[in-house]
Design a protein around this ligand. Sequence first.
Ligand code: FE2
Length: 255
Amino acid sequence: MWEKWFGKKNKNNDDAQAPKAITDFSFLGADMHSHFVPGIDDGAKTIEDSLLLLRGMVDMGFKTIITTPHTMIDFYPNTTETIQNGFELLKQVAAENNITLSLKAASEYYIDESFDALIDKQPLLTIYKNEVLVEFSMLYEPPNLKNVLFKLLTNGYKPIIAHPERYLSFHKDIDKYTELKDRGCLLQLNLLSITGYYGKNVGAVAEKLLANKMYDYCGSDAHHEKHIDHLKNIGNTKVYDLLRSYPFLNNRLCF
Ligand SMILES: [Fe+2]
């Protein structure tokens, strides 16, 4: 199965020197997970980086970008204000540079002890209507995960779980994903996961979740140029057709 989906197209052709086409993601319309606001998380460091990344997204046919800086108390203690201020600069400079994308900012909230309190403190930045992008530790399941998800739901939010295929603590028990869906969460695939970029196991779990129609959205989770370069190459792999035929909800995010 892995070879079937992840082998390169034209494997036996000797056209390795031919220029590769840039992947066309216009079928998605919108990207809803990225780190393009400069200097406030581990994504774009400068406004020049931001412009480079945005131009890469334009090249791939995206029309709408909802960028999602981390809100993570220990490393990136962002607030609605720091995100909005950084985003206003991004929007202004993008317009000055004739980048015609529709742009919006939300956040990727990290579930830890402090996030629980944040739900009460301020309106969270949403991706679409009441939908909030959340992530948690790749290595272990946070002890308060179920409580926090319940709290989000009872406060009128719908959690979108970012890159569920990357949580190693979920790999051994695929039922955990069904449980998240049953609780009312949406799931977001990282486009690069399905290519094996984060490792073979992550790719295999992503493949399984796709086959079981568990995902609702997909996102680039682009932080830097290397991510853009890998995204641009997805069209040259067999996995592209699989992504194209999947009923992601991204188009409804276009504005
Ligand atoms: Fe992210």
